[in-house]
Design a protein around this ligand. Structure first.
Ligand code: NAD
Length: 390
C-alpha cells in the first residue's frame, strides 16, 4: 500500500438513515490515506447539513446538492479540493452525478448498478476514457481475499476448463410490501424510476453476475430468464431465475431473490471445471472450498501464508492473521485501497501495477447493465434464450 499523500474524498448520498454511505465512509478510512472532507449527503439539503455536522465536517464543505459541490470545490486549490467523489445515491442518480464529476475533473467511486440504462452505461465508458480519470464501481464482493484466491486458482487451471457455474444471491427482506410502510431502502428499490428496469436483478442479481465473471474470467453471452413479482402491487421483480451461457462453452444457473424468507445475504458460488470444483459463501467468507477430482475437499483459510504465497492479490487484501475473521467492511476497504493507489499513481504520473488495478471499473458497470438489459428482454420474450447485445 502506497500512502504517498492522503486523498480528499467527497460524497454524494449517504445522508441520515442511509445504508451504504456509512459503509463507504468506514471502509474508505480503514487503512488511512483517505480523508472525507465534505459532500452533498442527502436529497434534502437540510438533512445533508445535519449529516455533515454529525460527521464533524467543515460546514463550508457541506453542500445543498452535487452541482453546488462541484462548483465550489473547483474554486479550491488542487490538493485542498476533493480528489474523488463517492456516489451512493439511488441508481437513477449515478449517471448524471458521475458524468458531472468526471467532466469537472474528479475521480469517481460509484455504487452499482452503474446506471439505469445500457445507453447511459455506454456513454459513461466514453466519458471515463475522455476524462482520463479513475472510475471505480463498488462491486464489493470482488474485494474478498478468498474470492481473489478463487480467481487466481481458476486462472492457473487448478480446476481445469470451467464447465458450469452456479451462483445465487437470495435475501428475504422484501417478502412483504415493506415499501408501503415508507421504509426508505425498500421505497426507491421498488420504484422503476429510481431503481431501473429490474428490481431484484439490479439490486443483487448484478452482484452475482459480476462475481461469476470476476472469478472465472468468462463472459455471459446468453440468458434464459424468468422475473417474478410475488408481492402484490409491487412494480418490479422480487425474484430472478435464470439459465446462463458463457463464452468458451460454459453453462450455468443464476438465481437471486428478495422474497426467500429466512435468507439474509446468502451470496454463494459453485464453479465446476474439468478436473475439480470449488465453492465460496459470502456469509462465511474466510474459507474457500476446493475439490480436486478424486480427492478430499480442501479448505483454504484466509490469513494463512499459503494463501498470500499463492495469490498476491489475496495476500494484499488481508489485514489480520488467520482465525480473526474479516468480511464485508474489509472487502469494501480493499476496493478503496486499490482504487486510491490507482488515483495516486495518476496524480504522480506513475504506472499503477496489476494489483492496484484489481477493482471493478466502468467496463464491469457496462457488463452489469448489459446483463440487466438481457435479463429483462429474455423474461419478456417468448423464445426465452436471449443474446447479450454487443
Ligand atoms: P439509501 O436510501 O439508504 O440512501 C440513499 C441516500 O442518497 C439518501 O441519503 C438520499 O437522501 C440520498 N440521495 C438521493 N438522491 C440524492 C441526490 N440527488 N443527491 C444527494 N443525495 C441523494 O440507499 P442505499 O441502500 O444506501 O443505496 C444507495 C446505492 O448503493 C444504491 O445504488 C444501491 O444499489 C447501492 N448499494 C450497494 C450495496 C453494495 O453492497 N455494494 C449495498 C447497498 C446499496
Amino acid at each position: 500500500m502506497n500512502f504517498g499523500r492522503t486523498l480528499k474524498m467527497g460524497m454524494v448520498g449517504g445522508g441520515p438513515g442511509a445504508f451504504i454511505g456509512e459503509v463507504h465512509r468506514k471502509a474508505a478510512r480503514m487503512d488511512g490515506g483517505i480523508e472525507l472532507v465534505g459532500g452533498a449527503f442527502d436529497i434534502n439539503p437540510r438533512k445533508s447539513k445535519k449529516m455533515a455536522k454529525e460527521l464533524c465536517l467543515d460546514r463550508k464543505r457541506c453542500y445543498g446538492n452535487y452541482e453546488e459541490m462541484i462548483e465550489k470545490e473547483l474554486k479550491l486549490p488542487v490538493g485542498e479540493r476533493m480528489d474523488f467523489v463517492t456516489i451512493c445515491t439511488p441508481n437513477n442518480w449515478h449517471f448524471p452525478i458521475a458524468k458531472a464529476c468526471l467532466e469537472a475533473g474528479f475521480h469517481v467511486m460509484c455504487e452499482k448498478p452503474m446506471t439505469v440504462t445500457v445507453k447511459e452505461a455506454r456513454q459513461l465508458v466514453k466519458i471515463v476514457q475522455k476524462s482520463r480519470k479513475v472510475f471505480g464501481l463498488m462491486h464489493n464482493y470482488t474485494g474478498y481475499p478468498m474470492v481473489k484466491l478463487a480467481r487466481d486458482m481458476v486462472n492457473n487451471g487448478e480446476i481445469g476448463n470451467v464447465r458450469k457455474i452456479v451462483v445465487q444471491y437470495p435475501q428475504g427482506w422484501l417478502a412483504t410490501a415493506l415499501e408501503k410502510t415508507g421504509q426508505q431502502q425498500a421505497s426507491w428499490r421498488t420504484d422503476p424510476k429510481q431503481s431501473g428496469a429490474s428490481g431484484c436483478g439490479g439490486d443483487i442479481g448484478t452482484h452475482a453476475e459480476n462475481l461469476a465473471e470476476y472469478i472465472t474470467g468468462l463472459k455471459m453471452t446468453d440468458l434464459c430468464a424468468e422475473l417474478t413479482t410475488f408481492v402484490k402491487g409491487r412494480k418490479l421483480d422480487d425474484d430472478v431465475n435464470c439459465l446462463v451461457k458463457y463464452n468458451k462453452g460454459a453453462k450455468g444457473v443464476l438465481h437471486a431473490s428478495q422474497i426467500s424468507v429466512g435468507e439474509e445475504n446468502n451470496l454463494a458460488i459453485w464453479i465446476y471445471g474439468e478436473t475439480g470444483g470449488m465453492e465460496w459463501h459470502q456469509e462465511h467468507p474466510n474459507y474457500l472450498y476446493v475439490t480436486p477430482m478424486g480427492q478430499p475437499t480442501r479448505i483454504y483459510k484466509r490469513g494463512n501464508d499459503y494463501v498470500g504465497n499463492y495469490s498476491a492479490a489475496a495476500g494484499r487484501a488481508t489485514r489480520l492473521p488467520s482465525g480473526h475473521p474479516e468480511a464485508f467492511l474489509e472487502a469494501f476497504a480493499n476496493n478503496y485501497v486499490n482504487f486510491a493507489d490507482t488515483v495516486r499513481a495518476k496524480l504522480t504520473r506513475t504506472k499503477p501495477d496489476g494489483l492496484m488495478l484489481d477493482f471493478p471499473d466502468v467496463k464491469d458497470g457496462l457488463r452489469g447493465m448489459l446483463f440487466l438489459d438481457t435479463l429483462v428482454a429474455s423474461a419478456k420474450s417468448k423464445q426465452k434464450w436471449t443474446k447479450f447485445k454487443k
